[in-house]
Design a binder for this molecule. Structure first.
Ligand SMILES: NC(=O)c1ccc[n+]([C@@H]2O[C@H](COP(=O)([O-])OP(=O)(O)OC[C@H]3O[C@@H](n4cnc5c(N)ncnc54)[C@H](OP(=O)(O)O)[C@@H]3O)[C@@H](O)[C@H]2O)c1
Length: 259
């Protein structure tokens, strides 16, 4: 038996579906996967935005495919996913990236706020994960399920209650999938980002009071650049992490270990 000690970070021959990949961390992950050799499936609700990204990736020499679908429309999800699998095959890698945030205390939130956020951030990912894991198992794929949580997956903050409820639910899902699908050779792991300078954080970063507070509380003394999520995402999808299962990798510059 020959053993190579060079860790294998290649995604050559793999197909990856990244939900919400027309901007922000999802797009960075899609680009990192494409650069590592994967065929990437770009998802979003806006056909034009999806098509623009797919065309750009193809023009750069990558293999990319569109999946225009609102993943929170649960009634449509099974049909849309099975049509996708029929067109291009079952993805080897699913990245549950879509997530919204409604910054409200529970006492201020409406029932509609709570239902909307939990549906988009938690239930849609649970439903898509079980569809994908089932299809991966049926096709004998050594699949990878990767879910974006947050440091709010372990912590809570005054005035921002629904998001941690959903993200902490996702941490439970990551572990439940690891236990249920591990025997089929499918791993489930999470990534918990800290504060990334993405489009969705532009307002917070520009806030003259709150922006510097974020920087001041971080041991690295800065926001994360969006491209700094790529390494964790490739690691958890690639052969080099084959024995990592049920883990949530924190990428926050040390924010959550200070007090
Ligand atoms: N940014 C951070 O600092 C940070 C920190 C911690 C955790 N996270 C987590 O990381 C993930 C990505 O965050 P982000 O800030 O990069 O997100 P973002 O900038 O808000 O991007 C969201 C992406 O998802 C798509 N999208 C939204 N709703 C969708 C739906 N229902 N179905 C399909 N696509 C949908 C959007 O495109 P369309 O609008 O065109 O559909 C867009 O491509 C989230 O789960 C978030 O909670 C982010």
């Amino acid at each position: 038996m020959s053993t190579s000690f060079r860790p294998d970070f290649s995604l050559q021959g793999k197909t990856a579906l990244i939900t919400g990949s027309t901007q922000g961390l999802g797009l960075v992950i899609a680009r990192a996967y494409a650069a590592s050799g994967a065929r990437v499936i770009i998802n979003g609700r806006d056909a034009e935005r999806v098509s623009t990204i797919v065309k750009a990736l193809i023009a750069e020499g990558h293999d990319a495919y569109p999946f225009v679908q609102d993943i929170s429309r649960l009634a449509d999800q099974e049909l849309a996913f099975s049509q996708l699998c029929r067109s291009i095959g079952t993805p080897d890698i699913l990245v549950n990236n879509v997530g919204i945030r409604i910054r409200k205390a529970l006492g201020e939130a409406t029932l509609q706020d709570i239902i909307e956020l939990i549906n988009v951030d938690l239930i849609a990912a649970v439903q898509l994960s079980r569809l994908a894991a089932g299809a991966m198992a049926d096709n004998g794929l050594q699949g990878r399920l990767i879910t974006l949580t947050s440091i709010a997956g372990e912590l809570a903050r005054l005035g921002d209650a629904i998001y941690p409820i959903a993200k902490q639910g996702l941490c439970g899902m990551i572990r439940a999938l690891a236990v249920e699908y591990g025997p089929s050779g499918i791993t489930s792991n999470g990534i918990a980002p800290g504060t990334f300078a993405t489009e969705s954080n532009a307002e917070l970063a520009a806030d003259p009071v709150k922006g510097p507070v974020v920087v001041g509380r971080n041991p690295l003394g800065r926001w994360a650049r969006p491209d700094e999520i790529g390494g964790a995402a490739v690691f958890l999808a690639a052969p080099c992490s084959s024995y990592v299962n049920g883990h949530i990798l924190v990428v926050d510059g040390g924010f959550s270990v200070t007090f």
